[in-house]
Design a protein around this ligand. Sequence first.
Ligand code: ATP
Ligand code: MG
Length: 252
Amino acid sequence: MSAHGTTTAPATVTRTVLALDALTVGYAGAPVVDRLTLDVAPGDVVALLGANGAGKTTLLRTVSGLLVPRSGRVLLDGDDLTTTPVEERARRGLAQVPEGRSVVAELTVEENLTLGALWKVPGRRARRAAIAELYEQFEPLARRRRALGHQLSGGERQMLALARALVSQPRVLLLDEPSLGLAPRVVAQLMGVLRDTARRTGLTVLLAEQNVTSALSVADRGVVLALGKVVADAPAADIAADPALRHAYLGF
Ligand SMILES: Nc1ncnc2c1ncn2[C@@H]1O[C@H](COP(=O)(O)OP(=O)(O)OP(=O)(O)O)[C@@H](O)[C@H]1O
Ligand SMILES: [Mg+2]
């Protein structure tokens, strides 16, 4: 407290929602993620970049709890979740959209969303309200609410996978290659929805992408992985403007 009695925190204090502390993860053989440390501030949209096999998916799966690291820690709001089961991490606000836009093909859009909300949003009325709110952001889905999963286009399916993860109002969203196989126009639409959602709700996003340009267009910050290590961590605009970095690690 200062002489004037104020209790304002110093400007240098930064808050962290997600902290990865010296994570080492592997399958058989050499580690794929190697003593990786990363702090993510609330509301930050972080593009996780790197060539094929750099370790992006492995890292996301370790954060969501599908993989257990050999060493190091995953912290959410300072709580150590390194060995916490996937479901409990989800309950605490971690949501993952894995690669491949998995939606239930035999269910309608609305049923898929209801399923996503089922055990995370208690009460039928609250679930209906949460889904109605999503339809306002995801207009293409609102128009297709009675369509079955298998009747959707690739872009609609990816949008549904994203909406289903958001229906529980997570604090941290982990997205793996959402743009894969989609037309540029559809990717732009998807990234637009993601950016709007993040701005409006303060959602924190870790976005793994091979589509570097798209990812950097929505991200605040870019983190480049190579051989499981962070080789660059900078504002998204700086990474986009660094040709040497792009050539060395991102292939363009
Ligand atoms: N289930 C697995 N078993 C064994 N090795 C794996 C497994 N999954 C990934 N790997 C290996 O780990 C390394 C990192 O893979 P990972 O999928 O994390 O990379 P990535 O950055 O997501 O790549 P991509 O851009 O191709 O999606 C690669 O060498 C890969 O072959
Ligand atoms: Mg991957």
